[in-house]
Structure formats: structure tokens, C-alpha cells
Design a protein around this ligand. Structure first.
Ligand SMILES: *Cc1c(COP(=O)(O)O)cnc(C)c1O
Ligand code: SF4
Length: 327
């Protein structure tokens, strides 16, 4: 599996809480809880991402996103393991269809980073990628459904597929005449910028399909020089870049932080897209903000930025025909 620089970087990610604690010089008193919470959802943090965190600060907004905490183990009313209805939306194994015209393909269940607030932390992904048989069934389904104009490669993280597998999907999808756009949902440009290369950009722009990439950054300090370089490389090749964030207590719960994030993203060629309210997934209750506080932050964000730099505040409701705008 080794070989490319990004695969080496991925293999070097922190997966053991103790190693991360030592690297960041964190108070060992927090370690037993981290070890325990990591048994329900493993720790995973690429080294380059951990290097952006402040040493010795358990409240660092980047660390908060990945640090297993004792609070995760407490049951909270209203939080469950399938909060956004993904199981009901499965058209086939590996394919979700909730909204008109778009189908979301789980290209692989793996991620380069494990975000503690992730709504998929309990989703029963098979490890690894779709089997060749599942891949054939998915393509057959997409070919038959002429209402579709866009396929979203998601996961997990689709950029964990190597260029050869990605090219395979792209070729197969481009051969379906009614498809117009290919979208990738990936956090790799932010947490593993080593993944971005000229050959990846070329592969994505060579397709007949228009390519849109939706990245996932939550805090301005995530946009390091290496991340900005990678993003610029993609946008210069003509790939449209959008960002989605999740509004998270202790991470980005201020209009100032979110405004700075939008500014940094725009500098790197990325337009803000969505600001999601937290999905109420088991183990993530400590990230939730009171509704009134979310509104207040958003109002302040509207007042701080030009309209095109303000992401849409949305929430996901089971059975709704789109993400639901929060007014
Ligand atoms: C969020 C989501 C999409 C994308 O929705 P957009 O509003 O187009 O960004 C598509 N399919 C599924 C299943 C989703 O959860
Ligand atoms: S799917 Fe996205 S939010 Fe969830 S763990 Fe993977 S990278 Fe993080």
C-alpha cells in the first residue's frame, strides 16, 4: 500500500491517544477518559494536522475536534446512532438517495481523521471500499435513473481511494449520459494536503463531467500554508471549491472565528457553502450550542461579511427534500 507521499503521511497518523498526548504535551490526567472513549470510536489524526495544534492546550479548537472525552460515553436524550436517516435513504448498499437529482455514493468507509462530532460515527460502513459487484449494481442503478444529474462521491472520504480507483469511478460515471456533474465531499485537502497533486487535479478536470469539490474546514487555523497551496492548485485547474463547516461548541462558536474562516477560504479560492447545525448523534452532545446562541452567532456573521462569504445555516431533517435552512 505504501509508495506515494500521501499514503506514507496517512500511515503515520496518530491512532493511539498516548502518542498524541505525548506529542502535544497534554495533561496525563485526561488520558484514561481518552482511552476509554476511543474504544467506541477510534482516535485518528494525521501528524500534519496535529502539528497545527497548540501544545499543552486541551481546549485548542483543532484538538477539540478529535480528542476523545469522557462526555462521549454519557447517554443524552434526543441523541441517537442514526440521526440523519441514512439507513432509510439507502437505495442500494453504498448509495444514498435523499434529494432530487443527486445520489450520494459511499466510495469508501474510511477517513483520514476521526471527527468526534461526525454524524457517521455509528454508521455501519463495511470497512474499505465497494466490492466490484456492488460497484456494478450502483452503476446500473445510476444508469437507469434518468432524473439524476449529479453524483456525489462521499464516504468516508473518497480521496482515500488512490488515483487509479478514482479514475475508474470517473470513467464509469462519465459514461452515463444524463449525468452532468461530479461532486466530491472530502476533508483530505484540509487534514492531509499531501493528497493534492497535479496528477489528482488533472484526473478530476479531464472528465467530461463538471467537477465540484466540497471540502470541510471548521476553523481558520486549519488553513495552513500547505492547505492553501493545495487548494490553489485545484482551483487554478478549474475545479470549483466549496466549503462546509459544522457549528461546534468550543471549536468555532463565534462570529469572529467563522468570519476569519470565510476570509481565509476565499483567499485560497474556496466559497463558503453550508454551516451545519450539529447532527444529534450519540456521543456528540457536548458540541451542541443552544438554538438561541447559534442564531446570535449567525446574525453577527451576516453583519460581519459580504453576503457571498456567509455560508447557509442549515440543519438536516429526516425525510426533508433538502437540507433545511435555519432562519
Ligand atoms: C447532504 C446530502 C446531499 C447533498 O445536498 P446538497 O444540498 O446538494 O449539498 C446529497 N445526498 C445526501 C444523501 C446528503 O445527505
Ligand atoms: S466523514 Fe468527515 S466529519 Fe466524519 S469523520 Fe470522516 S472526515 Fe470527519
Amino acid at each position: 500500500m505504501q509508495g506515494t507521499p500521501w499514503q506514507t503521511a496517512l500511515a503515520g497518523a496518530f491512532t493511539h491517544p498516548q502518542a498524541l498526548f505525548e506529542f502535544l504535551q497534554l495533561d496525563p490526567a485526561l488520558l484514561p477518559a481518552a482511552l476509554q472513549a476511543a474504544t467506541t470510536f477510534p482516535l485518528r489524526v494525521p501528524l500534519g494536522y496535529a502539528a497545527l495544534m497548540r501544545k499543552g492546550d486541551p481546549a485548542d479548537p483543532l484538538l477539540r475536534q478529535v480528542l476523545p472525552l469522557a462526555q462521549e460515553l454519557q447517554d443524552q436524550a434526543g441523541f441517537d446512532t442514526n440521526p440523519v436517516g441514512d439507513l432509510q435513504a439507502e437505495a442500494l448498499p453504498g448509495l444514498l438517495q435523499k434529494y432530487r437529482g443527486r445520489a450520494l455514493l459511499i466510495a469508501t468507509g474510511a477517513c483520514a481523521i476521526n471527527c468526534r462530532y461526525c454524524f457517521r460515527r455509528h454508521y455501519p460502513y463495511q470497512q474499505g471500499s465497494a466490492t466490484p459487484r456492488q460497484q456494478r449494481q450502483i452503476l446500473e442503478h445510476l444508469r437507469r435513473d434518468e432524473s439524476l444529474s449529479e453524483v456525489i462521491l462521499s464516504g468516508g472520504d473518497p480521496l482515500l481511494l488512490d488515483d487509479r480507483r478514482l479514475a475508474g469511478w470517473l470513467d464509469d460515471l462519465a459514461a452515463i449520459p444524463h449525468l452532468r456533474r461530479l461532486r466530491l465531499h472530502s476533508r483530505l485537502p484540509v487534514v492531509l494536503p499531501e493528497r493534492i497533486s497535479e496528477s489528482l487535479a488533472h484526473l478530476l478536470t479531464a472528465s467530461r463531467l463538471q467537477t465540484v469539490m466540497v471540502i470541510h474546514a471548521n476553523h481558520p487555523r486549519e488553513i495552513s500554508a500547505a492547505v492553501a497551496d493545495g487548494l490553489q492548485q485545484l482551483s487554478e485547474q478549474g475545479i470549483r471549491l466549496l466549503n462546509q463547516s459544522v457549528l461546534l461548541r468550543g471549536v468555532n462558536d463565534s462570529a469572529e472565528t467563522l468570519a476569519e474562516l470565510s476570509e481565509q477560504l476565499f483567499d485560497a479560492g474556496v466559497m463558503p457553502y453550508y454551516l451545519h447545525l450539529l447532527d444529534r448523534v450519540d456521543g456528540a452532545a457536548h458540541f451542541e450550542l443552544p438554538a438561541a446562541k447559534s442564531q446570535q452567532i449567525y446574525q453577527a456573521l451576516l453583519a460581519a461579511l459580504p453576503g457571498y462569504l456567509v455560508p447557509k445555516l442549515v440543519r438536516e431533517e429526516v425525510g426533508a427534500p433538502s437540507k433545511t435552512p435555519v432562519i
